[in-house]
Ligand binder design. Structure first.
Ligand SMILES: Nc1ncnc2c1ncn2[C@@H]1O[C@H](COP(=O)(O)OP(=O)(O)OP(=O)(O)O)[C@@H](O)[C@H]1O
Ligand SMILES: [Mg+2]
Length: 603
């Protein structure tokens, strides 16, 4: 019993539901097509028997008895009035095999169609889940894994799909051939079953090893992708310090370890393929022996059942070899299922209240926020009125970025801690809220495309839109350097804006946010990105924008926010002080020290 179960492991069907989720009933059409292929092939093969009869001029033998249940095919031909001659049988044979060819074309074509549909639906679903993924969950996630699952793993799953359905196709054909063999000669069915179970035992060990190696490949590819991403994003640093040499060694090791697992999969695959023929022939030889020596059956019956038998075994063995190939990629399905679950459980909760503008104020009320046990922000309260500017300063790690991430709705506060125009943040429809916010992040975002597209975010390049882009570039003090570039607005800026300075990138990012016509601007100024000239520009920027926008500005140089309506001075222990610049200077010794220190540095 266990043996029989091994022949069709139930786990195999667990994967079916994964594919079915994406494709629905169309998978059954594909399988029905495969069944048609085998049936037409069977009918075509059946024509050999009457052919042998008419060609040999043997009219005496009882054709029906020798064909078992398959005789109904011959009966059917006779009943529509086609005489059994060499020509008619040959024509019929050609006809059935041509039909089989058509069915085979459709079956294979449709499988490829479904395979692409499957991969694309998977990609679309993942992209949707990623877009709605909670930021906090994202920041905890392994970016190598995400990247790898989205690119390489989708390819592997695509292959898994192909192997899986080829396997099912072969499985169905096996069943059809066995059924045909059974209807001609029931004894053969028994031999097929026994032979199948025996060959399955041989292949089982191979499957087990393949599966383990497949999981290893997925895990190791995650690590490899992680290294790769980091070596690209930290290229400058790694290069400048030649830490790229030892770092490369780590990558090399990870490449090699993937290779050794892949080699194991290859070995197992080659073994499975090589064993195919001898195993099949072995079973056939035994079958002929039993047929002739034990049952003493006639040649015609043996030939037809052998044809089915051989076809059935070939299908069975190729099913097994597809199964093995499938297992070599099945690790990626397991990984994908876990990944999808993670994305699903980390989906952002979204409220219902649609935000059409920030019209009065954002109120932060006794906000405490912690990532782990110890709060990063403790009991913080302030009111940011429309068109007011609040500066946020404090030492590194004090929680400045955390605070603005909470205000932007990237990090979820407890209920009753943050209100937008009097509505609790947790009730907001975050898509509509964020559409009101311009956020220039600490690592100012530049996309690999033209300046025009970077600023307009791929708006149609009309004269009006170009004029608007120029206008916001001017507001962001980026017009001079952009117009100095050889391509002007059409200059392509490289991956991560490699050919722009940190300050220039920041100004492009500011221009993009201004173009979006948002209600609130959030600026997280990078400590290092700005030279003092750019710094001066940005300061002028902020001053010229303040009054027109609601602004939250994280500044590392205190002079940047000198003129802000209020300054939140955050301490590393979660305490904070809040007041105007001059008042803070007056009442806080630490603030005074910080200002003095910075003045010394600039002097
Ligand atoms: N996703 C996170 N998970 C756990 N801890 C975090 C996370 N993000 C930030 N922290 C911690 O929270 C604290 C505040 O970080 P935050 O980035 O808000 O500081 P910051 O004031 O913006 O610093 P900087 O001036 O260097 O940008 C730090 O101790 C940091 O280690
Ligand atoms: Mg920060």
């Amino acid at each position: 019993m266990k043996r029989i179960k091994n022949l069709f492991p139930t786990k195999v069907f667990k994967y079916f539901s994964f594919f079915y989720r994406f494709l629905g009933a169309s998978v059954f059409i594909a399988l029905a097509a495969s069944m048609m292929v085998a049936v037409l092939d069977g009918v075509g093969l059946t024509m050999f028997l009457p052919l042998l009869k008419v060609a040999g001029g043997d009219e005496s033998g009882d054709l029906t008895a020798e064909m078992g249940d398959m005789a109904m095919v011959v009966d059917a031909i006779a009943s529509i009035g086609i005489p059994l001659t060499v020509v008619s049988v040959l024509v019929l044979m050609f006809f059935f095999f041509s039909l089989k060819g058509v069915a085979k074309f459709f079956a294979d074509f449709y499988r490829v169609v479904l395979q692409q549909r499957f991969a694309n639906r998977l990609r679309l679903q993942n992209m949707r889940l990623l877009a709605e993924y909670d930021y906090r969950e994202f920041s905890k996630a392994d970016s190598g894994k995400i990247q790898n699952t989205f690119s390489g793993e989708i390819e592997r799953i695509n292959n898994a799909y192909r192997y899986y359905f080829s396997m099912l196709q072969q499985g169905i054909m096996t069943v059809v051939y066995v059924a045909l063999a059974y209807s001609v000669n029931p004894k053969f069915a028994v031999i097929v079953a026994v032979g199948g179970v025996l060959s399955n035992t041989i292949f089982n060990g191979i499957y087990k090893r393949t599966k383990i190696a497949s999981r290893q490949v997925t895990a190791k590819m995650h690590t490899f992708q992680g290294y790769l991403i980091q070596s690209v994003s930290s290229f400058k640093f790694l290069k400048a310090t030649d830490l790229i040499t030892p770092y490369r060694k780590r990558i090399d090791e990870s490449i090699r370890s993937v290779e050794s697992e892949q080699r194991r999969i290859g070995t197992m695959g080659a073994l499975a393929t090589a064993l195919r023929e001898p195993v099949t022939i072995g079973i056939v030889v035994v079958a002929i022996f039993i047929q002739v020596e034990v049952f003493g059956q006639s040649l015609g019956l043996i030939i037809l059942s052998l044809l089915f038998f051989y076809r059935g075994l070939t299908s069975l063995v190729s099913m097994q070899s597809f199964y093995n190939s499938f297992l070599s990629t099945s690790g990626s399905i397991e990984n994908m299922e876990v990944f999808i679950e993670e994305l699903k459980s980390g989906q952002e909760e979204n409220g219902k209240v649609v935000v059409e503008g920030i019209n009065q104020h954002i109120e932060v009320k006794d906000l405490t926020y912690s990532y782990e046990d110890e709060p990063v922000i403790k009991h913080l309260s302030f009111l940011l009125k429309k068109n007011e500017t609040i500066g946020i300063v404090g030492e590194s790690g004090a929680g400045k970025t955390t605070l603005v991430n909470v205000v932007c709705g990237l990090l979820r506060p407890q209920p009753n801690m943050v209100y937008v125009d009097g509505v609790d943040m947790n009730s907001l429809d975050l898509h509509s809220y964020r559409a009101q916010i311009g956020y220039v992040t600490q690592e100012a975002q530049v996309f690999t495309d033209t300046i025009f597209n970077n600023v307009s975010f791929w708006a149609p390049q009309t004269v009006e839109n170009e004029a608007r882009v120029q206008e916001v570039l001017k507001l962001a003090h980026a017009d001079t350097f952009v117009n100095g570039l050889p391509g002007g607005l059409n200059t392509v800026i490289g991956i991560n804006g490699i050919n722009l300075s940190g300050g220039q990138r920041q100004r492009i990012s500011i221009a993009r946010e201004l173009y979006r016509e948002v209600d609130m601007l959030v600026l997280d100024e990078a400590t290092s990105a700005l030279d003092s000239q750019s710094e001066k520009f940005i300061q002028e920027n902020i001053e010229s924008l303040s009054g027109n926008y609601t602004m939250l500005v994280i500044a590392h140089r205190l002079s940047t926010v000198r003129k802000a309506d209020k300054i939140i001075f955050m301490h590393a222990d979660g305490r904070y002080e809040i007041d105007r610049f001059d008042a803070l200077l007056h009442k806080s010794a630490t603030f005074r020290d910080m200002v003095a220190l910075q003045n010394m540095q600039t002097a």
